[in-house]
Each structure stands twice: as structure tokens, then as C-alpha cells.
Design a protein around this ligand. Structure first.
Ligand code: 3PG
Length: 394
């Protein structure tokens, strides 16, 4: 796809879709600004090149209402701090107002403005033509750099490209490079670690990766459906009874393809989903009836870490235990540590595993941490993302 590098932006009004959907505390303070810092290379480039920069994003799900709980004002403030220059912000409930259009038209080269939350308009998530056109009318070029929202076909991510030449920013370029090359041309051995609570959420990713990886490590809540499929006693552990047959079939398929599957061999368990109750370790095939596995045990952590030591490419999507509770974080910490210590290309597929790597202090040891949750999952499923599909080809 074409990027901002491939077009002349000097003196042009450029509307840039970012994913500034950042977590906030109750007072509205931004608690993690990685999505803002990840957008800086594109924004700074456009400023340096003398473009007139109009930024847009959504924040949360205000459902078409101008609910000030979801204003992008805190993002504008953080962005001006990071850029070291003022970012014009007009909190128009209709996003594009007369005042906003005037301000956009009056931008000088290198100046930056941020529009209000595009989801204050109900047309946004419906990819409404009128709203797409209103956004497009503000500018001469469209740059999409919102990887985290690239799986949505909305006015600001896709519709606007019907009316303006559209290219990608550096963040989308980087995400596609790392996630794409890992999947298409990985250095081997190629290991994928799949975790998280639900089998259902990961089925398509597993199917897609099964054709590519050498080893598939399965942890997290979803592992118990696989253990059950092997005929193990899993006690009260999370089970997707409808997908036991699927798990059986998948393990068979893996065997046919020569893909090694590693499941937990021991677990850390409790009688309730809580950090305040007694814990115990059990072999993965003998979890007593009233116990539930909430993390992989130390032997599994060792097994997984050994496998990761020899890997040359690793993709990690989903924690291997309920790491938000300290009693069940050791497995996920062990995986993060093993990844930090290998010289393999390590790619963290966004969402919870990105949060875990950050929380345990290994973020700067990873090759790439995706800013996409749902978007990186769909990318790894092999789907074409609408926000990328609309961009011009090279
Ligand atoms: C995300 O956080 O995954 C993206 O910003 C997309 O948000 P959405 O799921 O509300 O579309």
C-alpha cells in the first residue's frame, strides 16, 4: 500500500485517522498513552513536511451521542505535550461544524488540529455517506494510521476514502510489516502461543496459524476444552462443551501437519475465581471436581519456556492464566520473560497480552507490540481489514 512517503503533502490539508481510543481512569486521566505515542511518527512527519494536519479518532462507544465522558480533550492535551506544540481542539458535538471547517481551512503549514470524537455522530459506525463526505471536505488527502480500528468499516476509517486519495501512515505500515511478515515468511522454528479465556475467540486464528507454525502452545482458559478433549479430569475449569469435538479435530489436524501442540501439563487452581482463596497445584489430567485451573503450573511454564528458547519467530496472543490476579500471574510472567530472553522475533498480538507485557516490564524487549486488539486478531485470522483495503496500492 502507498504510505505518506509516496505522496506530496507539503501545503496540503491532510486528514489523519488515528486510534486514540485510550484507557482512562474515573477522572478521565489517560492511564496508557501507547496508542498516542505510536501515532507520533506520522504526525511529526506531516508537520515537518509542511502539511496542515487534521486528526480524528473515536474514543469508547458513545453510540452517536455527544457524551462529554468521551470527549477527546484529554487526548488533545496529551498530544500537545508530546509534540511540544499546541493542538487546536474544538469540541463540536456534531464533530464537523462551521467553526471546525473554518479552523481547518485556516490552518497554516505544520499546524495541527484534532476533531471531537467521531462517534459523537451516529452515522460514523454506519459508514454514513454524508458524514464521510463532511470529513473529506475538510481536507485534500486522507491518511489512515488507526491500525487498532482498521477492522471497522466506518466513515472515518473507510468511507472518507471514497472522496479523497488515501494512503497509510507509518503505524499501519509497521503493524502490517511485523504481523504480516511473521505470518507469511517467518524464520523457523515459528511458535504461536494462544491464550485467553475463550476457544471461540481464537478458532479462526488457530486455523490460520496451524498452516504456518511449527509449534502451537495453548494456555489460558481455552486450554481446558483441549484437555477435556483428551479425556482429562478438568474439575470446575472453564469448558466450552460445544467445542470439544472441534478441539479433538484440531489436535488431529495438527498431528497430520506435523505441528507440535503443547498444552499445560500442570495447573494452579482455586475453588473460586478469586485472588483471596486458597490455591493448589495439580497435574493437568487430575484436577479434583471442586477445583478450577486458573493458571498454568510451574512445570508447564518450564516446558513452554524451553520451547520458546529455540524459536526464531514467536507470535503471542492471549495470556496463559488469569494474570490480573497475582496468584495466577506466574505462567503469563514466565512466557513474557521467556520472550524477553530469546533472540527470536517476538510479536505480541495486542489486547491482553500487550497489557501483560507492559505490566510486567518486558515491553521494550519485544520486537513488536501491536496497538490492535480486535484488529490484530482479525489480521492474524488472515482477513483483509476494511481500513487497509481502501488504501491506494503502490
Ligand atoms: C479497540 O480498542 O480495539 C479499537 O479502538 C476499536 O474499538 P471498538 O471495538 O469500539 O470498535
Amino acid at each position: 500500500k502507498k504510505t505518506v512517503r509516496d505522496i506530496d503533502v507539503k501545503g496540503k490539508k491532510v486528514i489523519v485517522r488515528c486510534d486514540f481510543n485510550v484507557p482512562q481512569d474515573k477522572e478521565g486521566n489517560i492511564t496508557d498513552d501507547i496508542r498516542i505515542t505510536s501515532a507520533l511518527p506520522t504526525i511529526s512527519y506531516l508537520i515537518e513536511q509542511g502539511a496542515k494536519v487534521i486528526l480524528m479518532s473515536h474514543l469508547g462507544r458513545p453510540d452517536g451521542e455527544a457524551n462529554m465522558k468521551y470527549t477527546l480533550k484529554p487526548v488533545a492535551d496529551r498530544l500537545s505535550e508530546l509534540l511540544g506544540k499546541s493542538v487546536l481542539f474544538i469540541s463540536a458535538p456534531e464533530v464537523v461544524s462551521e467553526e471546525v471547517s473554518k479552523a481547518a481551512a485556516g490552518l497554516a503549514e505544520g499546524e495541527v488540529m484534532l476533531l471531537e470524537n467521531v462517534r459523537f455522530r451516529k452515522e460514523e459506525t454506519k459508514n454514513g455517506e454524508n458524514f464521510s463526505r463532511e470529513l473529506a471536505d475538510l481536507a485534500e488527502l486522507f491518511v489512515n494510521d488507526a491500525f487498532g480500528t482498521a477492522h471497522r468499516a466506518h466513515s472515518s476509517t473507510a468511507g472518507v476514502a471514497d472522496y479523497l486519495p488515501a494512503v497509510s501512515g507509518f503505524l499501519i505500515e509497521k503493524e502490517v510489516k511485523f504481523l504480516g511478515s511473521a505470518v507469511e515468511a517467518p524464520e523457523r522454528p515459528f511458535v504461536a502461543i494462544m491464550g485467553g479465556a475463550k476457544v471461540k475467540d481464537k478458532i479462526l486464528v488457530i486455523e490460520n496459524l496451524l498452516a504456518k507454525v511449527d509449534t502451537l502452545i495453548i494456555g489460558g482458559g481455552m486450554a481446558f476444552t483441549f484437555l477435556k478433549a483428551k479425556g482429562y479430569e478438568i474439575g470446575k475449569s472453564l469448558l466450552d462443551a460445544e467445542r470439544i469435538d472441534y478441539a479433538t479435530e484440531l489436535m488431529k489436524k495438527a498431528e497430520e501437519k506435523g505441528v507440535k501442540i503443547l498444552l499445560p501439563i500442570d495447573v494452579v487452581a482455586a475453588k473460586e475465581f478469586s485472588n483471596d482463596v486458597e490455591t493448589a497445584e495439580f497435574e493437568a489430567d487430575a484436577i479434583p471436581a471442586e477445583w478450577m485451573g486458573l493458571d498454568v503450573g510451574p512445570k508447564s511454564a518450564q516446558l513452554f519456556s524451553e520451547e520458546l528458547k529455540n524459536a526464531k519467530t514467536v507470535i503471542w496472543n492471549g495470556p496463559v492464566g488469569a494474570f490480573e490476579m497475582s496468584n495466577f500471574a506466574q505462567g503469563t510472567i514466565a512466557v513474557a520473560k521467556a520472550l524477553a530472553e530469546t533472540d527470536a522475533v517476538t510479536i505480541i498480538g495486542g489486547g491482553d497480552s500487550a497489557a501483560a507485557v507492559e505490566q510486567f516490564g518486558y515491553a521494550d524487549k519485544m520486537t513488536h507490540i501491536s496497538t490492535g486488539g480486535g484488529a490484530s486478531l482479525e489480521f492474524l485470522e488472515g482477513k483483509e481489514l476494511p481500513g487497509i483495503a481502501v488504501l491506494q496500492d503502490k
